[in-house]
Design a protein around this ligand. Structure first.
Ligand code: WQD
Length: 325
């Protein structure tokens, strides 16, 4: 299938593009390189340097007869979204509406959308399934939920089928080492811990160790980015073959605490990784774990690389090779 991957030069996008290429699809990456890097582009794909906020560049790009698009281009820092909502309104909402309108004009009828566990907000029960109430606690999660709503309307009015994939915590790197572009200024736990292990940051600030969890630190459902990539390919096959849209959680169904990831990093890297326990981060729930039963049932998909050792060792391989630019 001829597919355009919007945001395909980014951390998750490049893993998704690689998976689609490995499955024999024809892939074009459309990216503005604001956070993605050329380092993450592959020789067996096309690249269009464009911006989803420039409708002409989208219209031009989509005139190449794509059958499907994967949309992973968004701002994704929950904390930042509460300080700069305008950035998230423009990048996430306006950007996606530009994509939907250009796709509709170009007759692209299948969209796989990178949504987020942030649509759920404070957990009312665990594990979180797709029937859990969606009451986002941050503006980032709100933008993702709104986009899911736009997708339902564009299906009703324009016949565009879509898969909304609610990622939990994406982590890890391609085990074969084919993707090396590191995220910059990420606030997420794994990149932060890796930067401390590399000596690029002084210490890891642990945001609270007084949660009602086994060791008191926050527990999250970390999903290996290669497991995520396989789910995108499976979701695309589902909506094109079943001609049905879907919304599914993507998680490993296992929770890992900050301390478990910290200890595994110390073991694998051999580095001290100094820490400082500080106050809780506003809006952080103690524990978030997904139920991915629906993705298993509908997509025949399950996480196979999301154990703590794979998450940490593949991350350390990517950081260990990096030269700080
Ligand atoms: C994980 C755990 C922190 C950094 C975010 C987005 C969410 C989704 C996944 C895209 C928490 C603790 C972290 C640090 C720490 N993204 N932590 N010190 O907040 O679960 O979710 O990523 O869809 O939308 O909000 O991820 O990596 O920030 O935090 O102690 O320096 O690590 O408290 O328990 P989070 P995270």
């Amino acid at each position: 299938m001829k597919i355009v991957v919007i945001g395909g030069a980014g951390y998750i996008g490049s893993h998704v593009a690689r998976e689609l290429l490995d499955r024999g699809h024809q892939v074009t990456v459309f990216d503005n390189l604001s956070t993605g890097t050329r380092e993450n582009l592959f020789s067996d794909e096309e690249f269009i340097h464009g911006d989803i906020l420039t409708t002409d560049s989208l219209r031009q790009a989509f005139s190449q007869g794509f059958e499907a698009l994967i949309h992973l281009a968004a701002s994704k820092a929950a904390g930042e979204s509460m300080i700069k909502p305008e950035k998230y309104s423009v990048n996430n909402i306006t950007g996606t509406l530009n994509i939907l309108n250009a796709a509709s004009e170009a007759g692209i009828g299948n969209i796989v959308f990178s949504s987020s566990a942030a649509v759920y907000g404070e957990p009312q029960y665990l594990p979180i399934d797709e029937d859990h109430p969606t009451v986002p606690e941050n503006y980032y999660g709100f933008t993702k939920l709104q986009i899911e709503g736009f997708l339902r309307w564009y299906e009703k009015l324009k016949g565009i089928r879509s898969a909304s994939l609610r990622y939990f915590n994406a982590a890890g790197y391609d085990a074969a080492g084919r993707i090396t572009g590191l995220e910059h200024n990420s606030a997420n736990l794994l990149p932060v811990i890796m930067e401390v292990a590399m000596g690029w940051r002084n210490n890891l600030q642990i945001f609270g160790d007084d949660y009602d969890t086994e060791d008191g630190t926050g527990v999250r459902d970390y999903i290996h980015v290669s497991d995520l990539a396989r789910a995108h390919a499976a979701a695309l096959e589902y909506i094109t073959e079943k001609k049905q849209s879907l919304t599914v959680n993507l998680g490993s169904e296992s929770g890992l605490s900050v301390l478990q990831i910290l200890e595994t990093t110390r073991k694998i890297s051999g580095k001290k990784v100094p820490v400082e326990v500080v106050g809780r981060r506003p809006g952080d729930p103690g524990k978030l774990v997904a139920s991915s039963a629906k993705a298993k049932e509908l997509l025949g998909w399950k996480a196979t690389e999301s154990d703590v050792d794979s998450l940490v060792s593949t991350s350390w391989n990517a950081y260990g090779k990096a030269i700080r630019l």
